[in-house]
Ligand binder design. Structure first.
Ligand code: DOR
Ligand code: ZN
Length: 404
C-alpha cells in the first residue's frame, strides 16, 4: 500500500504560507543526534543517506542482541564503516540514475567528491542500559573514547526494548558513575504500564521517573529523546542541570491525525506516537526557539515495508533520505528558517562537547517528490516518511570543491 491509497489526501500541510522568500540556504554540515542504522543488509541500504547529509550521528544501540559492551560498540562501528564503504563503492557506478539519492544526480566529478566526503561520516556509538549494567561498564565506556552516551529504554517500551531497564530506581550506582564521568544519559521517556493510555505515556514518565532522576543526579547530562508533548518541551525548558531534547521531523510536521487519515497509515506510526496538534505546535515552538537545549535528532528508524504494512506494524519512521528537507519545511512554516542552522548543526554538537563542523551544505527551494519506496535489501523495500508527497526544499549537498 502506498500513502495515497484509501483517499487519504496529503497529510503534510504546513500551516500558512512560508514567510521567507529565500531560494537557497546554507548552513554548517549538520549532525543527527538520534539515528537507527540497523545492521547487515539493512545497514548497507540506509547508511549512505545519512552520511551524505550529516557529519556525525549518535547511533542507537537497539540491535538484536543489543549493544551493551564497548567491544560490541567497537565491532558495530567497524560494520557501519564497512557498510558505508560498500555503499559508496556501489554509488560510484549506479545501474540507473534513479538508483541514486537525488543529491548524487550531478556531474561525475562532483558525485565522486561527495562520495569521498561521505566517507568522513563519524558514527558516534552508544551503549544500551540493562538491569545488569555495572558502574565498571560505565568506566570502560568513558575510557573507550568511542562511546558517547548510554541509552535508557524502559523494558518493552519500543522496538527491541525487551532487554531494557525494568526498574529505573535501581540504576543508582550506574547513573552516579555516568554523572561522575560526564557520560550523557539518553532517555526513551515512556512508561510501559498497560493501564496508562498510550498517548499519556510520555507525560506520565516525566512525573513518575524523569523529575526524580533530574533531582537525584543534578549534574547528570540528560537528553530527553524524540520529545512529543507540550509537557516534555516544558520540562526541558525549565529543568535544572544539563538537560536537552532531540526533536524528530515527524513530530514537527504531523499530528496524530496523520496516522488515521483515510485509513490506518502504518508509515506514520512511531514511538512515542504522534500526539495532538497542540503538542506539535509546542514542539515546533521549542525547535525554533533558539534555545540550545533543543536540537536535531531524526530518530530515523527503518523497517521493511512488509513489517510496517502488517497486522502488528513495527514502530518507526524512515526519514533519513530527506531529513533536512523535512526540517526545513517545518522551520519555514514557522517563519524561522534562519534558526535551522543552530538547531541542526550547532546546539547538539555543543551539548556533546564537540565542535560544530566548518564544512557547509546548501539547500535549494525546489519541489521534489519523496519516493514511494526505496530498496532495502533481500527483496525488501522501505517506504520513507512522507512518501509520495512534495517537499519545497531539496538538499544540494556539501559546498566545496567541484561544486560546479
Ligand atoms: O518508533 C520507534 N522506532 N521508536 C523507537 O524508540 C525505536 C525505533 C526503532 O528502533 O524502530
Ligand atoms: Zn530511536
Amino acid at each position: 500500500m502506498n500513502s495515497t491509497e484509501c483517499g487519504g489526501g496529503n497529510p503534510l500541510s504546513p500551516p500558512g504560507e512560508p514567510e521567507s522568500s529565500a531560494t537557497r540556504i546554507e548552513l554548517p554540515l549538520p549532525d543527527d543526534w538520534h539515528l537507527h542504522l540497523r545492521d547487515g543488509a539493512a545497514l548497507r541500504h540506509v547508511v549512505l543517506a545519512s552520511a551524505l547529509q550529516f557529519g556525525r550521528a549518535i547511533v542507537m544501540p537497539n540491535l538484536k542482541p543489543p549493544v551493551v559492551r564497548c567491544d560490541q560498540a567497537r565491532d558495530y562501528r567497524t560494520r557501519i564503516r564497512e557498510a558505508l564503504r560498500a555503499a559508496v563503492a556501489t554509488a560510484h557506478s549506479p545501474v540507473t540514475a534513479s538508483d541514486q539519492p537525488p543529491v548524487l544526480r550531478c556531474e561525475p566529478e562532483r558525485r565522486a567528491w561527495l562520495l569521498e566526503e561521505a566517507l568522513r561520516f563519524e558514527p558516534l556509538m552508544t551503549l544500551y542500559l540493562t538491569d545488569h549494567t555495572t558502574a565498571a561498564d560505565i568506566d570502560a565506556a568513558a575510557d573507550s573514547g568511542l562511546v558517547h552516551a548510554v541509552k535508557l529504554y524502559p523494558a518493552g517500551a519500543t522496538t527491541h526494548a525487551d532487554a531494557g531497564v525494568s526498574e529505573v530506581g535501581r540504576l543508582g550506582p550506574v547513573l552516579e558513575r555516568m554523572q561522575k564521568r560526564s557520560l550523557p544519559l539518553l532517555v526513551h521517556g515512556e512508561v510501559t504500564d498497560a493501564d496508562i493510555d498510550v498517548f499519556d505515556r510520555e507525560a506520565v514518565f516525566i512525573d513518575r521517573v524523569l523529575e526524580g532522576l533530574r533531582a537525584r543526579f543534578p549534574a547528570l547530562r540528560i537528553v530527553f529523546e524524540h520529545i512529543t508533548t507540550r509537557q516534555a518541551a516544558q520540562f526541558v525548558r525549565q529543568a535544572e542541570g544539563p538537560t536537552a531534547a532531540t526533536i524528530t521531523p515527524q513530530h514537527l510536521l504531523y499530528n496524530r491525525n496523520a496516522i488515521f487519515r483515510g485509513g490506518l497509515r502504518p508509515h506514520w506510526y512511531c514511538l512515542p506516537v504522534l500526539k495532538r496538534e497542540v503538542h506539535r505546535q509546542a514542539l515546533l515552538e521549542a525547535a525554533v526557539s533558539g534555545l540550545p537545549r533543543f536540537f536535531l535528532g531524526t530518530d530515523s528508524a527503518p523497517h521493511a515495508a512488509r513489517l510496517k504494512e502488517h497486522a502488528a506494524a513495527c514502530a518507526g519512521c524512515y526519514s533519513a533520505p530527506h531529513a533536512l528537507a523535512l526540517y526545513a519545511t517545518a522551520f519555514e512554516a514557522a517563519g524561522a528558517l534562519d534558526r535551522l542552522a543552530d538547531f541542526a548543526a550547532v546546539f547538539g554538537a555543543r551539548f556533546y562537547g564537540l565542535a560544530p563542523h566548518t564544512r557547509r551544505v546548501s539547500m535549494l527551494r525546489e519541489a521534489s517528490e519523496v519516493p514511494h519506496a526505496l530498496p532495502f535489501g533481500r527483496g525488501n523495500s522501505i517506504v520513507p516518511l512522507a512518501a509520495g508527497e512534495h517537499l519545497p526544499w531539496r538538499f544540494e549537498g556539501l559546498i566545496g570543491a567541484a561544486t560546479g
